[in-house]
Design a protein around this ligand. Structure first.
Ligand SMILES: *[C@@H]1O[C@H](CO)[C@@H](O)[C@H](O)[C@H]1NC(C)=O
Ligand SMILES: *[C@@H]1O[C@H](CO)[C@@H](O)[C@H](O)[C@H]1NC(C)=O
Ligand SMILES: *[C@@H]1O[C@H](CO)[C@@H](O)[C@H](O)[C@H]1NC(C)=O
Ligand SMILES: *[C@@H]1O[C@H](CO)[C@@H](O)[C@H](O)[C@H]1NC(C)=O
Ligand SMILES: *[C@@H]1O[C@H](CO)[C@@H](O)[C@H](O)[C@H]1NC(C)=O
Ligand SMILES: *[C@@H]1O[C@H](CO)[C@@H](O)[C@H](O)[C@H]1NC(C)=O
Ligand SMILES: *[C@@H]1O[C@H](CO)[C@@H](O)[C@H](O)[C@H]1NC(C)=O
Length: 684
């Protein structure tokens, strides 16, 4: 009696029993780098010391493959599982844009491909086996050579292949983004030497396969390829997943930095900043200088900070909901909708300008009808965001008439929106460097502005509950309110960038001419580096010109040097803005120029504090004493030719170190001329 029931039970259970898998079977894995990882390598592939997996080097006719060590169950009773994978690869050609042949993500019944050839065959097929449906090989190719025999569309494409390299679907490599309702595609060079993240997703009931590319950790909403494809006959029950890459006469090094995979679900996200990446090859080629290593403990600290912020970034990325910590910080957190309405959807008509770190829009808040300036800072990796928000939140409680009031903020995905008081008269640089007819600032106005900025900085350095270093004092960060008071804006933003933006890009933090020389050595911003920058600002405002002016006569090109020269001749006021001749208070002009020189002292301890500066400007303290000889024997004059000073430098966040690029030390002792410095600067 029991036997039919048993049979029925067996029949019902059969599909489940056949799912009985090896105990170590895993449907979900992630490699954040391949250091010490269990991965099957064949051919030329090897794991480098950094943890990056090199499939091939630039030797010709190589095949390199890497597989997850066990086969995965892809098919069960003819129904294919959904799967999803993402990985980060970098292709560095031997000759720019002329490399070969590319790499492919593959799903195959075996890890050996008998008789397979390199070059255009990707190490998967040969002339006999190609196109044979018993190959059971599924591939997504990232192809950098146009092979006419396979009908390739160009030499930079992504294609979906089954048992063949004649792709069933192919698209030129690009990142697709939906902006303003229309889809824009930005071409991406697969062999550009930059890390590229790819996502391949297959949904089984709908048979929809999506392939998406991105140059960042964020996945664009629009896939590059979205196609329906039936994989049930292509797949066997158990298949290996991995990569294959080959070189031919044309060759490239092919690298993988990370890989995540999941059957029936989304894999864990990969963050570029978390992965071993190649050093920026362009940078290496260009850098004639040297690298100032950062001590191991500093590196560890940076790593810990990055790990912590990655966790936060991950949390933030998960959902755009308000996190608890966000609520604990005043000031006002605006809703994105409010700000969108205020700025009329960030209309270009409301664009006030491009600040150091993003666009600034004018807006009118819907409720109170107050005018605000909304700065949109896009900060892709969101590293350090929380820390930064904590900082701006505390800054939001600052009240000082010479500090631009932060009204609130809003975070939306990678964008941080900062809402400031609207400053009717814009920024100081326009008035100093490109004044319109009749808008040349009078001396009294200039004096009031620099006095105000000094008071604002003093407040940040000494009077606020914690020491705040501005980090980017310069004319364009001094904003003018309706009464032409100078107010400091944009503080803290430089810090957000110092903390690490994109791992594969570099940022100049600070602005040449305002950067204290010790900043190149230590990389640390202090109140004294702010004072240095303020000194440069003083000289600019008094002389009405930039710190380095290419068009000026050679001896006047470098502002600080020229002021020193005038000072040495006992005629320091000669350096004052010619547009103001005869229209300034001589004593004030002298005070400002002398202060400017004192603040520009190359030794941090030689610079006055902001309190002393304010006292001098208020006439409560005597003018700073300047050694006459400094122009010759101290570093002022020779400083431009001092290699520390000449370096233009970038913060390379992925190395956690400074990279200095300079002509000073490598030009065979030939000092870099100011013009060379300028052109080097322009090439940044
Ligand atoms: C790597 O994975 C394979 C397959 O699961 C297993 O047999 C082998 O023991 C693993 N090796 C190491 C070193 O973990
Ligand atoms: C490239 O890889 C091949 C195979 O692994 C190896 O024989 C060769 O020495 C490598 N060439 C270079 C320049 O590293
Ligand atoms: C395809 O491959 C199978 C197995 O290797 C072989 O038996 C068959 O002859 C091949 N078919 C063609 C058309 O080459
Ligand atoms: C690939 O396509 C090209 C033209 O599109 C055709 O000439 C060639 O025979 C095809 N090759 C294979 C192996 O299917
Ligand atoms: C967005 O679309 C609107 C209406 O279609 C248009 O007026 C506006 O200029 C577009 N903005 C951009 C940045 O393309
Ligand atoms: C992008 O690539 C496609 C295909 O190669 C090409 O037709 C197009 O002109 C490229 N667009 C740009 C802006 O380079
Ligand atoms: C593929 O992309 C389309 C949008 O083009 C989306 O609707 C679909 O959900 C995506 N499928 C998968 C499996 O991600």
């Amino acid at each position: 009696m029991a036997s039919p029931t048993l049979k029925l039970l067996c029949f019902l259970l059969l599909p489940f029993l056949s799912l009985n898998l090896p105990s170590s079977y895993s449907q979900n894995f992630i490699y954040n780098g391949f250091h010490n990882s269990n991965i099957t390598l064949t051919g030329s592939s090897q794991i480098k010391r950094s943890g990056i997996l090199q499939l091939t080097n630039v030797t010709s006719r190589l095949i390199g493959r890497a597989f997850y060590p066990e086969p995965l169950r892809f098919k069960n009773l003819n129904s294919v599982s959904s799967f999803s994978t993402s990985f980060v690869f970098t292709i560095v050609p031997i000759i720019p844009t002329k490399g070969g042949h590319g790499l492919a993500f593959i799903i195959s019944p075996s890890t050996s491909f008998i008789g397979a050839l390199p070059s255009q065959y990707f190490g998967l097929f040969n002339a006999q086996t190609i196109g044979n449906l018993s190959n059971h090989v599924f591939a997504v190719e990232f192809d950098t050579v146009q092979d006419y025999e396979f009908g390739d569309i160009n030499d930079n494409h992504v294609g979906v292949d089954i048992d063949n390299l004649n792709s069933t679907v192919a698209e030129p490599a690009s990142v697709k983004l939906a902006r303003n309702g229309t889809i824009t595609a930005t071409n991406v060079s697969l062999q550009g030497g930059k890390p590229i993240q790819a996502w391949i997703e297959y949904n089984s009931p709908s048979n929809l396969l999506n392939v998406t590319l991105s140059l960042t950790s964020d996945k664009p909403e629009i896939p590059l390829i979205s196609t329906t494809i039936d994989l049930s006959s292509a797949f066997e029950d158990y298949m290996y997943v991995g990569f294959s890459s080959s070189t031919g006469l044309l060759s490239s090094s092919h690298y993988l930095s990370g890989w995540a995979f999941r059957m029936n679900g989304q894999p864990q996200p990969l963050f570029l900043s978390h992965l071993p990446l190649l050093r920026d090859t362009k940078n290496i080629a260009r850098s004639k200088g040297f690298i100032i290593g950062v001590s191991i403990s500093a590196t560890l600290l940076v790593c810990a900070a990055i790990a912590a912020s990655l966790y936060i970034a991950w949390k933030l990325k998960r959902a755009d909901v308000i996190e608890e910590w966000e609520l604990t910080y005043g000031p006002h957190r605006f809703s994105y909708k409010e700000l969108r309405m205020a700025t009329r959807s960030f209309s270009s008509k409301e664009l006030l300008g491009f600040g150091g770190f993003g666009k600034v829009y004018r807006g009118v808040l819907p409720g109170s009808k107050t005018m605000v300036a909304v700065k949109r800072v896009s900060h892709e990796s969101k590293q350090g965001l929380r820390e930064f928000v904590a900082e701006i939140a505390s800054i939001g409680r600052m009240r000082h008439r010479n500090v631009v009031q932060l009204q609130g903020w809003c975070r939306r995905r990678g964008d941080l929106l900062l809402v400031y008081d609207y400053m009717r008269n814009g920024s100081l640089d326009k008035y100093i460097f490109e004044p319109e007819e009749g808008s040349v600032l009078k001396w009294a106005q200039r004096y009031k502005i620099i006095r105000g900025v000094a008071a604002g900085l003093l407040y940040l350095h000494e009077e606020w509950e914690q020491v705040v270093v501005h980090r980017d004092v310069k004319a364009s960060n001094v904003l003018l309110d309706a009464d032409m008071n100078g107010r400091l804006g944009d503080f803290g933003l430089a810090r957000l960038y110092e903390h690490g933006a994109n791992a594969h890009t570099t940022h100049v933090v600070g602005t040449l001419g305002y950067l204290a020389p010790e900043l190149t050595r230590t990389g640390r911003s202090t109140t004294k580096t702010d004072v240095y920058a303020y000194g440069a600002l003083l000289l600019e405002v008094a002389c009405g010109r930039r710190p380095i002016e290419a068009k000026a006569p050679p001896d006047e090109m470098v502002l600080v040097e020229w002021v020193w020269e005038c000072h040495a001749k006992g005629q320091i006021v000669m350096a004052g803005d010619w547009r103001l001749r005869g229209m300034y208070d001589r004593g004030e002009m002298e005070a400002v120029l002398r202060l400017g020189l004192a603040c520009s002292s190359s030794a941090p301890e030689g610079r006055p504090s902001m309190r002393q500066v304010v006292q001098v400007l208020d006439g409560d303290a005597p003018l700073p004493e300047l050694g006459l000889g400094e122009v010759n024997n101290d570093n002022a004059s020779s400083r431009l030719y001092d290699e520390d000073y000449v370096h233009s430098y970038t913060l390379s966040t992925d190395q956690g170190s400074f990279e200095s690029r300079a002509g000073g030390s490598t030009g065979g002792g030939v000092p870099l001329s100011p013009l060379a410095l300028l052109s080097e600067r322009a090439g940044l």
